[in-house]
Ligand binder design. Structure first.
Ligand code: ADP
Length: 520
């Protein structure tokens, strides 16, 4: 080889070595930056775990040596920051022999994950016992070769929630015990009316266990006589979310049906939506039997009184006609006779209301239907009323002429009752407006509007109940027994009509009754 050729080879070799040097320099730089990036990532993950509110620790080996414990878990342990590298039970001797130790051993031996909810754990912090509740997971940790090396602990401090839940559970238990001690039959139903709880009194009454009774439909213990009432509950009260009271005969374990008063209350959320229904049923069998006896007695007394009182009325009229002559003695007698006549009239009215009441109770109220002119009937009732109440002013507005097929005497009774009430409960303004109008293509309405005391919204719900009278001073001021509206309502319902009331306290009331029109 020539000298030049040799130099040229050496130069090439030098170039090659330079290239390689540049390549290795570049690789060095790259690996340096990779290492930095890796270090950065690890730092970030550690930071994330450290600042997490979840309690996290990594325990290695069969002694559960703390390899890593984040800030949150170290705070709960209360044993300071120098815990890494030490076995867990050395740091937390209070856990020795406790269930936590068993759970850890189980995961380490089986590799299975262990989960617990609201688990009570007692730690000792500064010598004081502190009770915590945790939701936690113990998860086996493996190395790159798939060898189980330790346990990852992921926990959440749920002490506040657990204490609240315990309080709720305690309250619920107390409520159940209380409800079970009550002699009333208490049940709870969901928003659809499906029962989800019966108290002991219910279970004792039907002779079934909770599950047996829940499996049957509660309507099965209701007497078949009440089918209409049950339909009413499902079609009206439940959909409207209204509280209601109902009297039902309920079947006992002996097969007897006993009367109960069932009061049902809707429990609503803040938006007024029904969440559940609570029902309380009280046995009223004895009360009902006494009521029946009283009714039979009233019926008997009313019957017995009717004849003598009617004949007293006849004699009074006879005496009145005998005192027709204008002399001193008759002048003194006449006002007294008038008073006696008025009182007897009241007595007769009361007796006939009592008789009607027992007829309704025993389903004996018969309707004697004929076709008649409703407008004329209203006019006659008004004339009668005005005859005995000279101070009253009544306007009648006939929108049209209406024929109805109904019991004329009964409808007159209803009309007189509305008019008497309108006068009685209007102590100052005795001005009454009546309107006879076509309500729809099949029915006619009669409206009686007064300008009297009015009836509050609360009382309006009850005025059609037997013996209901608005409480307060009015009750004593205005005579009555609270039967008139009950009878009127029964009479109108039996004619397939309806009664509506509108009223404002201090301004007056409007009573409307409707009747089907006679289509012939
Ligand atoms: P009563 O014999 O007590 O008048 P009703 O059954 O006719 O019995 O009426 C029941 C209750 O309804 C009455 O006691 C009264 O408080 C109230 N009421 C009825 N009609 C009127 C009215 N027009 N204005 C005010 N309150 C009325």
């Amino acid at each position: 080889m020539t000298k030049d050729a040799h130099i040229s080879d050496l130069e090439k070799e030098l170039q090659e070595t330079k290239k390689q040097l540049a390549f290795y320099k570049d690789r060095c730089k790259k690996s340096e930056s990779n290492e930095r990036r890796l270090f950065h990532e690890v730092y970030q993950y550690k930071e994330l775990i450290h600042s997490s509110t979840a309690l996290i620790t990594l325990l290695l080996g069969p002694d559960f040596v703390i390899d890593f414990a984040n800030d949150a878990i170290r705070k709960v342990w209360g044993k300071g920051d120098q815990v890494t590298g030490k076995p867990l039970l050395e740091v937390l001797p209070e856990l020795k022999g406790k269930e936590i130790e068993d759970y850890l051993n189980f995961v380490y031996q089986t590799g299975e994950t262990f989960e617990a909810f609201e688990e009570p754990v007692e730690h000792i912090i500064d010598g004081e016992k502190v009770l915590y509740y945790f939701d936690f997971t113990y998860q086996a940790q493996y190395d790159l070769n798939g060898e189980l090396v330790g346990i990852g602990v992921f926990a959440q401090d749920v002490t506040e929630r657990a204490i609240l839940n315990q309080k709720i559970k305690k309250n619920e238990k107390e409520f159940r015990e209380l409800v079970n001690l009550m002699p009333h039959k208490i049940s709870v139903a969901n928003s659809l009316g499906e029962t989800i709880f019966y108290n002991q009194a219910w279970l004792d009454y039907v002779g079934k266990s909770m599950n047996q009774f829940l499996d049957t439909n509660w309507t099965e213990v209701v007497h078949p006589d009440h089918t209409a009432e049950i339909e009413h509950i499902f079609s009206d009260f439940l959909p409207k979310g209204e509280d209601f009271k109902i009297e039902l005969k309920l079947k006992s374990k002996t097969g007897d049906y006993l009367w109960h008063l069932c009061q049902v209350t809707a429990i609503k959320d803040e938006h007024g939506q029904v969440n559940s229904w609570i029902s309380s049923s009280t046995e009223i069998q004895q009360l009902k039997e006494e009521e029946e006896k009283q009714e039979a007695f009233l019926k008997l007394v009313s019957h017995e009184l009717k004849t003598p009182v009617t004949s007293i009325k006849g004699y009074i009229q006879l005496i009145q006609s005998m005192t027709g002559k204008e002399n001193e003695q008759n002048k003194t007698l006449k006002p007294y006779l008038k008073r006696v006549e008025d009182q007897v009239e009241r007595l007769i009215h009361l007796i006939s209301e009592m008789l009607d009441l027992s007829r309704i109770e025993q389903n004996e109220l018969e309707l004697n239907k004929t076709e008649f002119d409703l407008n004329r009937l209203v006019e006659e009732a008004v004339e009668d009323i005005c005859y005995t109440n000279q101070e009253v002013r009544i306007n009648i507005h006939h929108e049209d002429e209406f024929q109805v097929l109904a019991d004329r005497n009964r409808i007159e009774q209803v009309m007189l009752n509305f008019l008497t009430n309108a006068i009685k409960y209007s102590p100052e303004n005795k001005h009454i407006d009546i309107r006879i109008f076509k309500r729809d293509k099949n029915s006619v309405g009669v409206k009686i509007k007064d300008h009297g005391l009015g009836i509050s919204r609360k009382d309006r719900q009850h005025i059609f109940r037997r013996f209901f009278r608005v409480e307060g001073k009015n009750q004593d001021t205005y005579s009555g027994f609270g039967i008139g509206l009950y009878l009127s309502n029964e009479i109108i319902e039996r004619h397939n009509g309806k009664i509506f009331v509108k009223s404002k306290v201090g301004e007056g009331s409007e009573f409307i009754f409707t009747l089907p029109l006679n289509q012939n």
